[in-house]
Design a protein around this ligand. Structure first.
Ligand code: 5GP
Length: 199
């Protein structure tokens, strides 16, 4: 296991199987750990009820996404669940790190692999479910996808679970508070002094 020492603010990549609760972890961090700078991804999927453009995602068109890719504006991007495209705008991440913030990307496995290649010094964290049964329960319990979509996501989840050894550390999402506390302990927040309002 390769765990870089915590020398100050750094980039952390959080990935894990679908429905493991990455979004819940992000939301909890946003609310309870305001010193953590969270990347806001672009996506071509439609907003779900309650999602706010610019806060949860930047919801953009296919043409806009193509432009960002062509302009090399994305640090990584991927087509997720064979449906929509998601990507991390490069410049805000570079700016946050340059300003000394602990920055976190919550992305899928394909994206994590791309960041591993371009920013190998980042910390790669795998968010794991307490068990496979619990993951299935969370996936079906959410009730926001149809049967075909759920089957597609389960297939993706199996592949994603097998990728755990590629990551530096694993955090089990048994409770969001506990998982976030463990994650934050790894983020390099100690030296992350500046206020996020200047970011
Ligand atoms: P959802 O549509 O449920 O919000 O997210 C679906 C998947 O897309 C999740 O696994 C999430 O981690 C992933 N995702 C969100 N933003 C990005 C991104 O910027 N890049 C990549 N590669 N995946 C992302």
């Amino acid at each position: 296991m390769r765990v870089p020492p915590v020398a100050g603010p750094r980039l952390t990549v959080l990935a894990g199987p679908t429905a493991v609760g990455k979004g819940t972890v992000s939301a909890y961090l946003r609310q309870h750990y305001p010193k953590v700078w969270l990347s806001v991804s672009v996506t071509t999927r439609a907003p779900r009820p309650g999602e706010v453009d610019g806060l949860h995602y930047h919801f953009i068109s296919d043409a806009e996404f193509d432009e960002l890719v062509a302009g090399d504006e994305l640090l990584e991007w991927a087509t997720v669940h064979q449906r929509a495209r998601y990507g991390t705008p490069r410049r805000p991440v570079e700016r946050a790190l340059a300003q000394g913030h602990a920055a976190l990307l919550e992305i899928d496995l394909q994206g994590a692999r791309q960041v591993r290649r371009s920013m190998p010094d980042a910390l790669f964290v795998f968010l794991a479910p307490p068990s496979w049964d619990e993951l299935v329960r969370r996936l079906l319990g959410r009730g926001t996808e149809d049967a075909e979509e759920r089957a597609r996501r389960l297939a993706t989840a199996r592949e994603e679970l097998a990728a755990e050894p590629e990551f530096d550390i694993t955090i089990v999402n048994d409770s969001v508070e506990r998982a976030c506390a463990e994650l934050v302990a790894h983020l390099g927040l100690a030296a992350a002094g500046p206020d996020l309002s200047d970011c």
